[in-house]
Design a protein around this ligand. Sequence first.
Ligand code: FE2
Length: 462
Amino acid sequence: MTLQAWQDAGMTLSTTSNEACKLFDATLYQYVTWTNDKTMGGIEGCLKKIRAADPNFVMGHVISNGLELIGTGRSPIIDQEFEKDLKVMSDLAKTQPLTEWEKMHVAALETFAKGNIPKAADVWEQILQDHPLDLLAIKLAHDSYFYLGQQTQMRDSVSRILPYWTPSTPLSSYVKGMYSFGLLETNFYDQALKVASEALAVDQKDCWSVHTIAHVHEMKADIEQGLSFMKQTENNWKGGDMLACHVYWHWALYYIEKGEYEAAMTLYDKYIAPICLSSGSILDIVDNSSLLHRLQMEGVDVGKRWDKLVQVTKKHTNDHILIFNDLHFLMSSLGSKDHEMTTQLLQSLKELSKSPGENYQQSLIKELGLPLSQALVEFGSGNYDKVVELMYPIRYKILDIGGSNAQRDIFNQVLIRAAMNSNTKAHNNLARSLVIERDVLRPNSPLTERLMRKASAVHTLI
Ligand SMILES: [Fe+2]
C-alpha cells in the first residue's frame, strides 16, 4: 500500500517516503501470513530497507519493535540493545506531530515492553474501535491474547472487526483464519472448521487456517483425518516458514496419539529439529521441547536430541518473558541433565517473583511459574507424590500461562502420569478420575486409552 492508500484507509503514516509505506505493508503482510518473502529479503530485509528509506519513520520502528516483542525471544529488561531500539521509537514519537492512531501504537508497545501485556491488548482494542481495518493491531492483539490464555477475548477481538473486512479487502481471508482459531480455542469446533475452510478456499497457503484445522482434528482425536489432512496440504503450508515447524509438530502429535513413535521421531529429525536449530525462534523451541518431553513420557528413548536443543534454549535461561516459555526451556535443561541451567532458571525465576511490579507474567510466577517448574523437576526425579501436590491445586489456573489447549495438554499428561505412578493410593484414584474426565471430553483417543489401561492396572493392584 502506498502512502495515499494508507491515508485513504484512515491510517495516515507520518513519513514522506512512499517506499517506507510500501515496505511497512510488505512487512505486515509477511507477519500475518507467517512467511518470509525471500524476493524481498524476508521480514529482516524489509525492516532494514524501511530504516534506509526513512530512519525517522515511527511506524517503521513500531512494526520492527512489535515483531521483536511479540516473538517473545528478546526482552528489553535484560537486552540493552533492544532497550535502546525502543527508546529510539519513543524519542522519535515525542518529537514528531504524529496522528492519535500512531501515538496509540507507540503507547501499546511501551506498555508491552514493561511486561503489561493485558494493558497493551487494551490499547490495541481501543485502536480497533476506530480503525477496524488495522491489521497490525488485530494481529498483535490476537497474539497477545494467545499468550495470556484469554481464549474468549482472542475470538471476540476478531469477531468485532470481521464485518468490516469485505471479501475484496486484501488479506480478509487471513482475518477469517484468525477468527477460526478463536472459535477453535473456545471449543466451537464445527464453526472453526467451517470458517477455516472458507479462508482456505480463498488462499490455500493460509497456514494459520491450516493450523486451525490441525487443531480441530487434534481436539476431536480424529487422528486419521488429521494425518491425511497434513499429507494432502503439506505443499501448501510448508512455505510458511515461521509456522511450518509448529504444523509439523501437530502432525507428529497424531503419531504419538497412535503410538507410532518412530514416525513422530522421523518428523522430528527431518523437520522439527532442523527448522528450530536454524531459526532459534521461541515457538520452534517450545515445539521441540514439548515433543521430546511427550515422547519421553511415552517411554521413548530420545537419545542425544535434548543435548542439541539445550544449546539453543540455554541463552534464554534468564529471559523470563513468558512462564509458558520458561517451562519449555526447563524441559530441555532437565532432559539434557544440564543441572547448572536448571538451577539458574529456577533461581532467577524465584528472584523475579519477589517484585513483579506491573509485569503481568512475573506476577504469575509465585502462583504458577514456581509450582509448575518445581513439578517438572520432581517429575524428572520420579517424585510423583510431590508433582501431584504441586499441580493438582492449580490445574484449572494453568490456562493463565497461555498457549493453546493442545500445547498445555502436556501439563495434563504430566499430572495424570504422576498421579498414576505415585505411591499414594489417593493419587492413584485421582489418576483414574482424571483419565475418565479426559476420555469424556475427547473420546476415542488412543493415548487416553493407553493411560486408562495403566490407571486401571494400578487401581486393581491396590
Ligand atoms: Fe497449534
